[in-house]
Design a protein around this ligand. Structure first.
Ligand SMILES: Cc1cc2nc3c(=O)[nH]c(=O)nc-3n(C[C@H](O)[C@H](O)[C@H](O)COP(=O)(O)O)c2cc1C
Length: 189
């Protein structure tokens, strides 16, 4: 059975571009053919600013939104975070969603698809990595950065990638699979 990859849309604001880029990446990952791919929209979970009374490592969740989020995150073998850059870091919606859980994330690899202006969201991607490692995820070095993403969204609102972006996506998925296979054994132990 293929390992499960959750592609998580990190922005939640009305009118966001995140779903357009995530939808391209979902198709790309499906064509890659090595993962069982699921697109996860953070906005569906309506997570408020962290509101559980207990530390998440205890996993005694009181709120339905936390239970639903826990179930989604726990089901995956690997993650790809699709993130914009807000003031040079990842958006608070994504950081908050990461903070909600601990054990569900552990010993799984994560790739990052970032998008922004000139930076391609690389600053946001790098800013996420200390948080991912503190949750015992393995943020892989290979990533996808999309600079000036607005220029690659056509009149129908579809994101159109290019050869360089496709190459980086393929390399990231290949590496993510290697890590996901290795870390699955670690979780079983
Ligand atoms: C609060 C906020 C901060 C932003 N900061 C940056 C930034 O630091 N660098 C950048 O290139 N673009 C920045 N932008 C522009 C975003 O790249 C652009 O709005 C993008 O669409 C955000 O992703 P989203 O539509 O999925 O929310 C910012 C946008 C917002 C709303």
């Amino acid at each position: 059975m293929a390992l499960k990859l959750n592609i998580i849309i990190g922005s939640t604001r009305p009118g966001r571009a995140g779903p357009k880029i995530a939808e391209w990446f979902r198709k790309f990952a499906e064509d890659h053919g090595k993962f069982d791919v699921v697109l996860v929209d953070l906005n569906d979970f309506k997570l408020p600013v962290y509101d559980e009374p207990k530390h998440p490592r205890i996993q005694e969740y009181e709120k339905d939104h936390t239970k639903a989020w826990s179930e989604s995150v726990a089901s995956a073998d690997a993650y790809v975070f699709v993130t914009p850059e807000y003031n040079y870091v990842a958006p608070s919606s994504l950081i908050n969603a990461l903070d909600y859980l601990v054990k569900e994330w552990a010993y799984k690899p994560a790739g990052i698809v970032s998008y922004a202006g000139l930076s391609g969201g690389l600053r946001a991607a790098q800013s996420l990595k200390p948080l991912l490692t503190s949750l015992r995820m393995m943020p892989i070095p290979e990533g996808v950065a999309v600079p000036f993403f607005n220029k690659s969204i056509d009149e129908e609102g579809t994101f159109r990638s290019n050869e360089l972006i496709d190459q980086s996506a393929a390399v990231m998925l290949d590496e993510l699979l290697r890590w996901a296979e290795a870390l699955k054994a670690m979780r079983a132990a």
